[in-house]
Design a binder for this molecule. Structure first.
Ligand code: SAM
Length: 254
């Protein structure tokens, strides 16, 4: 089983903050100085002294910024700000199937072989990857930029690690929201980056100048040996990862 199963949070593991707030100002409940906020941990309903006024449940309450989809010229669909967004603001959770890193690697080969040009995987931690190819929300339409205006941040929500998209700077309405994928293209960096940034890495998934040149040479050099290896890996990977809803369950954070 490669898919993540939700854990039940034990009472002893619940992080309880010591916040006291001014009841005439509910906006002051669980904000900047809240011990949980300071450690990127959401308060647990029923265990926070601020009760319904707690402002530290943005993933659980889906306090997303207003966004909309827009077709870009050369990069497919993109996600755009539909309101002015402030630096540091939570925009949306990155949702999808939570699968093991090993399963993610196998799936990348399968997707590549099926000529799925778009990749929708983001690393959650050393063991897990979020794959929104088949299940997800609007966050799956975030395009890559080598000079992004958003970033991913990990938060602990009800004992589990979840990934949120946050603004790195003030973003005005109508601007495209972008992140740096920092993702390893297991099957090779073959998608040319069209972000247009001065510091552009040229290929999506390219991590260094050396990596970029290696893949570029491989693509133009038509190295058949590499392609054969890929086919072999793909056959076994496909057998092992042929996904069904029953097998993998529905493990998106939704
Ligand atoms: C997570 S999807 C983003 C949504 C996608 N544009 C769509 O229409 O579904 C990632 C894919 O979008 C495309 N893409 C994203 N950023 C890009 C960029 N900077 N340059 C070229 N293609 C990009 C690539 O095909 C990539 O595999």
């Amino acid at each position: 089983m490669s898919c993540y199963r939700h854990k039940k949070l034990k009472e002893d593991d619940i992080a309880i903050c010591q916040c006291k707030y001014d009841t005439s100002d509910p906006k002051s409940a669980c904000v900047d100085r809240c011990l949980n906020v300071l450690t990127n941990t959401e308060c647990t309903p029923g265990y926070c002294q601020c009760g319904d006024s707690c402002n530290n449940q943005m993933f659980q309450q889906r306090e997303y910024a207003k966004t909309k989809l827009f077709r870009t010229n050369e990069r497919g669909w993109g996600l755009f700000a539909d309101e002015n967004i402030k630096a540091g603001q939570f925009i949306i959770e990155y949702c999808g199937e939570v699968i093991s890193s090993e399963a993610a690697k196998k799936r990348s080969y399968v997707y590549e072989a099926h000529e799925v040009k778009d990749t929708y995987m983001i690393t959650l931690d050393t063991n897990y990857v979020i794959d929104s190819t088949r299940k997800g929300n609007f966050s799956r339409f975030l395009n890559h930029s080598c000079r992004p205006n958003c970033e991913t941040r990990k938060w602990t929500v009800l004992g589990e690690t979840r990934l949120g998209i946050f603004a790195m700077k003030d973003i005005s309405v109508g601007k495209e929201l972008t992140i740096n994928y920092y993702f390893e293209w297991y099957a090779g960096a073959t998608v040319r980056c069209l972000c247009g940034a001065a510091n552009c890495c040229i290929f999506l998934g390219a991590k260094s100048q050396r990596f970029k040149e290696y893949n570029h040479v491989w693509k133009d050099g038509n190295d058949r040996g590499y392609e054969n290896k890929l086919t072999l890996k793909l056959n076994s990977a496909y057998e092992e990862t042929r996904p069904t809803i029953e097998e993998h369950g529905y493990c998106a954070h939704q």
